[in-house]
Design a protein around this ligand. Structure first.
Ligand code: NAP
Length: 247
C-alpha cells in the first residue's frame, strides 16, 4: 500500500497505538501533535524501525491554517487514503453550572470543529466528486456520549454526541463518493487523558465497574480502527463501534 493515513493526536495514547499499527499494516503515517514533539518523534522512529514510513507534524486541530498545513504535509508523502480524527481533550471535573465560556469553547473547538476541519480537508482529497480515489474516515467518539458524564464533564460528553451525529451525517453525505465514515466509541482506556483531566486515579476507581472488570488498552481500540479503515470493512459506513468491555 502506498496510501497516506493522517492521524491527529498521534503522539500519545490511542493515536499513538493507531499510528504504530497503521505503520505495520503498510500505511504511510502522517501523525500530528500539538505540544509533545519528543513523543511524536519517537512514534515516527518506531514506525521507521519496523520498515515503515511516517512524518510528525505540529498542528493544532483547532486552528484552521494549521490543519491545512498538516494536510499539505501529508500530500507530499503520497495520495491520501484515510483519516483518523483522534485528537481530543477533556477538562477537570465540574458541574454544568460551574462551566465558563472559555472552557466550553476550547472543548467544542478542539473536539468538534477540529474533526470537521480535518474531515473537510480529507474529503476534498479523497472524494470521487473532487477527482479523488475514495478512502475512509474514522472519528473518535466515546461511551460518554451515551452516559452523559454527570458531575465530571457533560461538555465533553456532549462534544462526543456531536461526533456521533457528525459521523452519521458525513457518512451519508459522501457514501456515493467512495468515502466510508465510521466512529469508534471507547470506554475506559488506559491513556494519559484521565490525568490531563485532573483524575489520575479515574481508571483504578472506575475499572471494577466495567462488566469485563478491567479497563482497555489503546491497542484494543486501535485494532477496530484499523479494521474500519481497511477493505475488510468495505460495506460498513455510518456505524459507531463501541469498544468498552460492555460498559
Ligand atoms: P491522550 O492520551 O490525552 O492523547 C491526546 C493526543 O491528542 C495527544 O497526541 C495530543 O498531542 C493530541 N492533542 C491534544 N489536543 C490537540 C490539538 N488541539 N490538536 C492536535 N492534537 C491534539 O488521549 P487519548 O486517551 O489517547 O484519547 C484519544 C481520543 O480518544 C480522544 O478523542 C478521546 O476523547 C477519545 N477517547 C478516549 C478515551 C479514554 O479512556 N482514553 C475514552 C473515550 C474516548 P500532544 O502529545 O502534543 O499533547
Amino acid at each position: 500500500m502506498n496510501k497516506v493515513l493522517v492521524v491527529t493526536g498521534g503522539s500519545r495514547g490511542i493515536g499513538r497505538a493507531v499510528s504504530l499499527l497503521a505503520g505495520k499494516r503498510g500505511w504511510i503515517v502522517c501523525l500530528s501533535y500539538v505540544a509533545n514533539r519528543e513523543a511524536a518523534d519517537s512514534v515516527v522512529r518506531e514506525i521507521e524501525a519496523g520498515g515503515g514510513k511516517a512524518l510528525a507534524v505540529k498542528s493544532d486541530v483547532a486552528v484552521e491554517a494549521e490543519v491545512a498545513a498538516l494536510f499539505a504535509a501529508a500530500d507530499r508523502l503520497g495520495p491520501l487514503g484515510g483519516l483518523v480524527n483522534n485528537a481530543g481533550v477533556v477538562d477537570v471535573a465540574a458541574r454544568v453550572d460551574e462551566m465558563k465560556a472559555a472552557r466550553l469553547t476550547r472543548m467544542m473547538t478542539t473536539n468538534i470543529v477540529g474533526s470537521f476541519l480535518c474531515a473537510g480537508q480529507a474529503v476534498r482529497r479523497m472524494s470521487t466528486r473532487h477527482g479523488g480515489q475514495g478512502g475512509a474516515i474514522v472519528n473518535l467518539s466515546s461511551v460518554a456520549a451515551r452516559l452523559g458524564a454527570p458531575n465530571q464533564y457533560v461538555d465533553y460528553a456532549a462534544s462526543k454526541g456531536a461526533i456521533d451525529s457528525f459521523t452519521t451525517g458525513l457518512a451519508l453525505e459522501v457514501a456515493a463518493e467512495g468515502i466510508r465514515v465510521n466512529a469508534v466509541a471507547p470506554g475506559l482506556i488506559e491513556t494519559e487523558i484521565h490525568a490531563s483531566g485532573g483524575q489520575p486515579d479515574r481508571l483504578a476507581r472506575l475499572g471494577p465497574s466495567v462488566p469485563m472488570k478491567r479497563v482497555g488498552t489503546a491497542e484494543e481500540v486501535a485494532a477496530p480502527i484499523l479494521w474500519l479503515l481497511s477493505d475488510e470493512a468495505s460495506y460498513t459506513t455510518g456505524t459507531i463501534v463501541t469498544v468498552s468491555g460492555g460498559r
